[in-house]
Design a protein around this ligand. Structure first.
Ligand SMILES: Cc1cc2nc3c(=O)[nH]c(=O)nc-3n(C[C@H](O)[C@H](O)[C@H](O)COP(=O)(O)OP(=O)(O)OC[C@H]3O[C@@H](n4cnc5c(N)ncnc54)[C@H](O)[C@@H]3O)c2cc1C
Length: 454
């Protein structure tokens, strides 16, 4: 690298970071900019398909897109940025735990792009940090699958005594919190999957499992609008899922979950999908935030700090396409759809700061969301058109294949779906994740910021 080549440091290799770097790769020659990516893993995680990893339909690696292969010119630093000195133009990087003893280094930058995404929101509810399990990382998806199978194995082996029956009921109860896409897709898909492998057990069928899905909101899948939300709600209730709206969790321990209406549910499985909050890195920067997300202008630059940009789940990007005339634009919702397009816009605007092309504000009209509800069921609203059933399922799968950013991953996921249609379902446990490593703080890497949670 020629001395004096501007260094662009991108913090986060998810949707926004990946697409920003992809743009910069294509538009800037090596002598125009040095590209550095700091990310704790060497892959982009295609999180919309995590529920299918939790059911074993899709192999974990198939939704992990290789950053080194896709972005060969970027120097990948494996670790978390834990702080930034905006005056000295450096970031502090804490090495990824898997690399061995912790090392703390500094990276100098001339342009800094902050796209560290979000973490699962916990709301400081007693017991959640220790006993709830999220679905935001591959570790959590793989753990949840094995955990559920273990609960069914153990329930199946419980003796037919009063105590045994009580423990059996506990193990066969699943409480999921959050009826957005994470909680709803998880419940709907795992319920269907367990039906396909129920012959694995002698005394226990998938119908013996009690599914409870709770949310403070008055509807499920609010992202899809009231009509499709109602349809999804009816479908879940028809399948026997106990959907409780207007309530949440007051506390949890290793054997019970107490709801805010006072109901105490005996369970060993609490799945937490109650929304997201910006990466803890944002709070430590000392910059203005909006509901925890970093405030940015419409061109994704951070006001008042030269050469700093942010986007994705971590930033409150003004949604120009959703704003009413003369009204303050709301922030874009935390979705991959926005993060990906914001990444490309970021790339363009950072390149413009180096004299290549012209900066533009970010504007994108939402194309709608899709939700896979297991079996042949799905709900989707592509371009505002409401779809259900097999047609929605086809649209959902086609959308994911299109949105996966690497051909090799697309083919692998498509092949997983093909095998699912013709081969018996996978029903083995790998037990590669220890329960303590699946806790929210451990799995989502928030301990590096000195988080008190577990
Ligand atoms: C189960 C599930 C289903 C979803 N389904 C959909 C869907 O159907 N449609 C949709 O549009 N969206 C969906 N989403 C939301 C979507 O995944 C997010 O909105 C999107 O990933 C946000 O992109 P991002 O680039 O901001 O963050 P991310 O994609 O999360 O990327 C952030 C990256 O930064 C890394 N990182 C974090 N902290 C640091 C740090 N301090 N230093 C360096 N790197 C760091 C992370 O490890 C990660 O690689 C779903 C999410 C989940 C969890």
């Amino acid at each position: 690298m020629v001395e004096g080549t501007p260094r662009i440091v991108v913090v986060g290799g998810g949707f926004a970071g990946f697409y920003a770097l992809r743009y910069l790769h294509r538009r800037l020659a090596a002598e125009q900019a040095e590209l550095v990516l700091v990310n704790p893993t060497d892959y982009l995680l295609y999180s919309p398909l995590l529920p299918e990893v939790a059911t074993g339909v899709i192999e974990a690696r198939h939704i992990a897109v290789s950053l080194r292969r896709a972005l060969p010119r970027a120097r990948l630093v494996l670790g978390h940025v834990t702080g930034a000195d905006l005056a000295a133009r450096t970031v502090t990087v804490t090495s990824a735990p898997a690399s061995g003893p912790t090392e703390v280094t500094r990276e100098r930058w001339d342009r800094l792009v902050l796209v560290p995404g979000s973490i699962t929101r916990q709301f400081d509810i007693p017991g959640v940090a220790e006993h709830a399990r999220g679905l935001k990382t591959l570790v959590e998806a793989v753990y949840l699958r094995d955990h559920l199978m273990h609960q069914l194995d153990a329930a199946d082996a419980e003796p037919d005594t009063d105590e045994g029956r009580a423990r059996r009921r506990e193990r066969l109860t699943v409480v999921a919190v959050g009826a957005g896409y994470t909680g709803t897709e998880f419940v709907a898909q795992t319920q269907r999957w367990l039906r396909t492998i129920e012959r694995r057990w002698n005394r226990t069928g998938a119908g013996d499992i009690r599914w409870i899905l709770v949310d403070l909101a008055p509807t499920v899948l609010p992202e899809l609008g009231p009509d499709l939300g109602l349809l999804a709600l009816d479908l879940l209730r028809d399948r026997g899922v106990d959907v409780r709206l207007g309530v949440s969790v007051a506390s949890a321990d290793d054997r019970t979950v107490t709801l805010t209406d006072g109901t105490v549910v005996a369970t060993r499985t609490l799945v937490w999908g109650a929304g997201v909050t910006a990466s803890p890195l944002v709070a430590g920067l000392g910059l203005p935030t909006s509901k925890g997300r970093l405030q940015v202008d419409a061109d994704l630059s951070v006001p008042g700090v030269p050469n700093l940009w942010a986007a994705g789940d971590a930033a409150a990007v003004p949604d120009l396409a959703a704003a009413l005339p003369a009204a303050t634009p709301p922030p874009t919702p935390p979705t991959a759809q926005h993060a990906q397009r914001q990444g490309t816009a970021l790339g363009r605007n950072v390149a413009a700061s180096l004299g290549v092309g012209t900066a533009r504000p970010y504007r994108h009209r939402d194309l709608g969301l899709v939700a896979d509800l297991g079996g042949r069921d799905a709900v989707a609203k592509p371009l505002g058109v409401p779809l259900t059933g097999p047609l929605a399922k086809v649209v959902t799968r086609a959308y994911h294949l299109y949105a996966l950013p690497a051909m090799a991953n697309r083919l692998r996921v498509a092949t997983d779906w093909l095998w699912q249609a013709v081969l018996p379902p996978e029903s083995t446990q790998l037990d590669v994740v220890r329960p303590e490593d699946a806790r929210l703080a451990a799995a989502q890497g928030t301990r590096v910021y000195g988080s008190p949670a577990g």
